[in-house]
Design a protein around this ligand. Structure first.
Ligand SMILES: [Fe+2]
Length: 336
């Protein structure tokens, strides 16, 4: 059912606009809700890529291109078959009603399943597979999914960790204020203008963000020097998280190279406001993402996204929590 149209909105950034909410999709979501109840059900997750056969052909083709050709690096899927729910935006991820976004989560899981297997961290949101991105009172200035008043600086997700996701998926549940997600793809860079030699060398210290470090002694977490670009010099992968990255002490050439790379990424940033049902997919090796600043109201109408991260190979994700194959331990090595 080729009812989707794909357009390039910026270098490396594609958009698919789905046709009118197809009955077929609604029925598929109804069926999944009835059969599994929740999208993180262990029986559903391995079947998700097959259940995704219901997706429109054009969308499936765009997802396959993103995964196998690594182009586009970012894909916005607009007009998914989920409307803004009646339930208000929770005041905290811990306070969310259990079934508040069941249909959203299944849609998110179906689309994201074509890019990889969902995983999460033991250190974030209680080890839940699907996360709430929503403003939390008192955390306005945090550089996390719960801040609001400041721009969320662009970054590669979990750049500190070798087992970070291959892609992340963000579904808009509610956004009445047009708060833009920000993305920039490596495709937008003129590589000839960068100090590639330095950026490809392990001359940068990438620290974990404070959310991961709750309950962990930061001194116990090793921060080895890393490159911020890697892979094919003609089409590099990014490991860029400027808010948590320092060049090695005294390495002024590395400092300049990183500053220049970040300035160019900032210049390439694309603003993507999203409406309920819109879904943003970001290749975490080929693009950075962030968020515009906004004023949170905490009255149940604030911006609310659901998020899941996926990996292409679950086997290579390091040690996992004891009884759940999807929950990763970011500091397994240091915790013994
Ligand atoms: Fe992020």
């Amino acid at each position: 059912m080729g009812n989707a149209t794909i357009t390039e909105v910026a270098p490396g950034v594609g958009e698919v606009r789905l046709g009118p909410l197809a009955e077929r999709h609604q029925a598929a979501l109804d069926d999944l809700v009835a059969r599994y109840g929740r999208a993180d059900h262990p029986d559903f997750l391995p079947r998700a890529p097959f259940a995704a056969d219901v997706l429109p052909d054009d969308l499936a083709a765009a997802l396959a291109a993103m995964r196998y050709r690594e182009s586009p690096s970012v894909l916005v899927v607009r007009g998914g078959p989920v409307a803004e729910p009646a339930v208000p935006t929770p005041v905290h991820w811990r306070e969310r009603p259990a079934a508040a976004t069941v249909r959203q989560d299944f849609w998110l899981a179906l689309v994201a399943s074509r890019l990889g297997d969902p995983v999460c961290w033991s250190t974030l949101q209680g080890g839940r597979l699907f996360h709430d991105i929503l403003p939390i009172a008192g955390e306005e200035h945090e550089q996390t999914g719960h801040g609001s008043a400041d721009v969320l600086e662009f970054h590669v997700e979990d750049g500190f960790c070798d087992h970070r996701c291959d892609a992340l998926a963000l579904l808009c549940v509610r956004d009445r204020d047009g708060v833009a997600s920000l993305v920039a793809a490596v495709d937008a860079l003129d590589l000839g203008e960068l100090d590639l030699e330095v950026l490809f060398e392990p001359r940068f210290l990438i620290r974990p963000d404070p959310e991961h470090l709750r309950g962990v002694d930061p001194a116990s977490v090793p921060v080895p020097p890393r490159p911020v670009l890697f892979g094919d010099p003609a089409a590099p992968y990014l490991r860029v998280d400027p808010a948590y990255t320092d060049p090695l002490p005294g390495d002024e050439r590395a400092a300049r190279a990183l500053e220049d790379l970040c300035a160019r990424l900032a210049g390439a940033m694309v603003a993507l406001p999203m409406s309920p049902g819109d879904l943003l997919l970001v290749d975490n090796y080929r693009a950075v993402h962030g968020r515009a600043a906004f004023r949170a109201r905490y009255d149940g109408t604030d911006r609310w996204l659901r998020k899941v991260t996926v990996v292409r190979d679950l086997r290579r994700t390091g040690r996992r929590a004891e009884d759940d194959t999807r929950v990763l331990e970011p500091f397994a090595a240091v915790r013994g």
